[in-house]
Design a protein around this ligand. Structure first.
Ligand code: CP3
Length: 343
């Protein structure tokens, strides 16, 4: 990278003229240009075809003007690479016909280079994206956190409670740790491949960690987040996003990660206090507030930045953008950050 991008400066904790802005799940979902491709190709074709993944990744940069691109892919490519079938059912979400329950199931998982080699299409997509982006904005690579991937591998689908996955962790912790270790090892190799191909930043999505009590988070999530962050942080800035685990912010502020993502269930003031003002924070606009009028969105964005402060801050949503958000409202959110004035 020739010029220092705002996004990278904010991750390094350098002074910025305004916070950078991007939106989780910005690639896909609500953009009409995406819906067109969605009607033509099934989900994993979109993910596995570098030209399509490249086009979808760049759409929000071209149409919304975000300060970072995020690779179009999915966290469930890791269970796929480890040998589990993953289907995406219309209106139902992910479905894994064969789940993990026993030692035998864990032993049968594909690990190491064999697993990562099957994700070669991701490196090809990243190389193409970097060429097409031509350094307009940095590219975020990503993976799911080991605990969230375990949730899908054991439960086999999304769930309001993930009770099977949690029962597996609590009643068979030894097996759970074996599984978490295998997922972590494959994820680390996979993320290094993303960096080798050109990813400038890595984000780890722990979408379901907030379902855990603090002591269980410390056992089943945190050590694996730290292992990934420690391995990658020497090469690129890492953003950890353990959604709902605001109780762990103090502990997370000691991690090697450059930034921590937070959802809207914590005030900026408390998040700053818990991270002793020494970490870049990312978030935390309630995605449902993008359904408000544009003047209301502008007001809410101003209040959010006033509360976080301009430095050590990345404006974002507190979780993924919803499919029913009007494009003008998403753009109004991004523009409001770009036009921020403290007075
Ligand atoms: O951020 C981006 O836009 C990049 C692409 C991306 C997708 N999934 C594309 C996708 C990213 C970063 C993800 C992460 C992901 N996937 C998470 C973590 C983030 C979060 O939201 O908590 C999780 C839990 C998944 C698992 C998953 N994949 C679910 C639950 C679903 C079903 C519905 C949905 O949209 O959430 C998917 C499918 C999926 N992944 C779609 C997209 C654009 C929808 C496919 C479609 O309807 O065309």
């Amino acid at each position: 990278m020739n010029i220092e991008h705002l996004f990278i400066k904010a991750l390094k904790g350098e002074k910025v003229e305004r916070p950078p802005v991007w939106m989780m799940r910005q690639a896909g979902r609500y953009l009409p240009e995406y819906i067109e491709l969605r009607n033509k190709y099934d989900f994993f074709t979109r993910v596995q075809t570098p030209e399509l993944a490249c086009e979808i990744t760049i759409q929000p940069v071209d149409h919304i003007g975000v300060d970072a691109a995020i690779l179009f892919s999915d966290i469930l490519v890791i269970p796929q690479a480890m040998g589990l079938e993953v289907q995406l059912l219309e209106h139902k979400g992910p479905f894994l016909p064969k789940t993990i329950n026993t030692q035998k199931d864990i032993d049968a998982l594909i690990v190491g280079e064999d697993a990562v080699a099957s994700l070669d299409y991701v490196s090809k997509a990243i190389k193409l994206i970097k060429k097409e982006l031509n350094d307009r904005v940095p590219l975020i690579g990503f993976a799911g956190a080991p605990f969230t991937i375990l949730c899908y591998m054991v439960e086999g689908k999304g769930s309001k409670t993930f009770d099977k996955a949690k029962q597996f962790c609590f009643s068979q912790p030894e097996l759970a740790h074996q599984l978490l270790n295998k997922i972590t090892d494959v994820t680390i190799t996979y993320l290094h491949e993303q960096v080798n191909a050109g990813a400038d930043v890595i984000q780890v999505f722990d979408s379901w960690s907030g379902m855990l009590a603090p002591k269980d988070f410390n056992q089943f999530s945190l050590p694996y987040l730290n292992k990934i962050s420690d391995s990658l942080s020497a090469r690129v800035p890492v953003i950890l996003f353990p959604k709902g685990s605001w109780y762990a912010l103090e502990e997370l502020s000691k991690s090697s990660a450059a930034a921590i993502g937070i959802d809207w269930c914590i005030t900026p003031k408390l998040a700053r206090a818990l991270t002793q003002n020494n970490k870049t924070l990312q978030g935390n606009f309630d995605p449902c507030k993008l359904l408000l009028s544009i003047p209301q969105i502008q007001q809410e964005v101003k209040e959010m930045i006033d509360a976080f402060g301009v430095d050590r801050y990345i404006a974002n949503l507190g979780h993924g953008i919803l499919p029913n958000i009007p494009v003008e409202n998403a753009k109004a959110f991004v523009d409001a950050v770009k036009n921020y004035k403290s007075l």
